[in-house]
Design a protein around this ligand. Structure first.
Ligand code: RUB
Length: 308
């Protein structure tokens, strides 16, 4: 296995690379490493190395359908390329896989550009925006609105145990946006005066429920209590097509030491990375295809992912 692929997997597991989009991008780049570093002398040998890499990378974080959707597309591509292309030149095969992975990165770039446009349009000057964890999609939307001259205040939850809220706060402050970091449970005080909650998405299931950083679900309940709109900023690739067939999104359980290094004996420590927010608490998904209701998300996303 390519060392560069192994390093990417390590970085994803340790959260050096975090957030679903960044994980998906890193996964696609890792496939290019697998291809470039493959020592195989036949096209089928290269394919085997790609499939091995796909299996390892997709297991790096269990709750990441965006990563899996792009990796599934990779496997479908290499299979059809072998079946349909006459040439058996290893070099040409490698080039075609790398070209296809670059096209995925281009698609991600184009999708996020459209999504930011829809999101920024939804925000108006003077709004107080609450967010949780670090979602590059959410910070992208907020920064796009800021670039368009909209004056926003942002409340970022610190997001224990790994404090990704600090990444959000740092990014936004650097962009010149007024941002306040609050301890997670302190957010209730701010919601009373907030206009909108924007969170990211790790996964979206067939009923439009959202799987995102643990704490998102509590935030959605509070938002409903204070009558504040709650949106998730998510490319349609965050949708998990398997949930349509009854597969439940697996919630990653992380090392309890992230929460408490040395707990006293008999204290159980739980560290789920994500939780599920029911569709009824979500006003909409801000996607590259516009703002979509949770009930409509599944059919729209499925068509895009399956290339219909
Ligand atoms: C990050 C998180 C983010 C989503 C979306 O969790 O929950 O809200 O991944 O991020 P972690 P993005 O830090 O554990 O990866 O919008 O960048 O895809």
């Amino acid at each position: 296995m390519s060392r560069r692929v192994d390093q990417t997997i390590k970085d994803i597991k340790s959260l050096k690379i975090q957030g679903a989009r960044n994980v998906a991008k890193a996964g696609v780049r890792a496939i290019m490493y697998a291809v470039e570093d493959s020592k195989a002398t036949t096209v089928n040998g290269v394919k085997a190395d790609v499939v091995k890499a796909v299996l390892k990378i997709s297991g790096a974080r269990p709750t990441e359908p965006m990563l899996r959707n792009y990796l599934d597309e990779t496997v479908a591509f290499v299979t059809s390329e072998i079946a349909t292309v006459k040439t058996r030149s290893v070099k040409r095969f490698k080039d075609s896989v790398i070209k296809s992975e670059n096209e995925y990165l281009d698609r991600m770039k184009s999708d996020i550009g459209k999504l930011k446009d829809y999101g920024a349009t939804l925000l108006t000057s003077g709004m107080t925006v609450v967010t949780h964890c670090h979602s590059s999609t959410v910070t992208g939307v907020i920064m796009e609105a800021h670039k368009r001259g909209k004056k926003l205040k942002v409340i970022a939850c610190e997001t224990r145990p790994r404090y990704q809220g600090r990444i959000t706060a740092t990014e936004l402050a650097r962009a010149g946006i007024e941002v306040t970091l609050t301890v997670d449970m302190g957010v209730a005080n701010y919601l009373k005066k907030a206009d909108i909650v924007l969170v990211g998405a790790d996964a979206i299931n067939s009923t439009g429920d959202l799987i995102n950083k643990v704490g998102t679900s509590g935030l959605a309940h509070l938002a409903r209590m204070y009558n504040v709109s709650f949106f998730s900023c998510a490319e349609t690739y965050k949708y998990d097509p398997l949930t349509l067939y009854g597969v439940r999104e697996k919630i990653e359980e992380r090392n309890p030491k992230e929460v408490w290094e040395k707990p006293p004996k008999k204290v159980n420590v739980s560290n789920p990375a994500f939780d599920v927010t029911a569709a009824r608490y979500i006003n909409g998904y801000i996607t590259e295809m516009g703002v979509i209701s949770p009930s409509a998300l599944s059919s729209i996303a499925k068509k895009k992912i399956e290339g219909e």
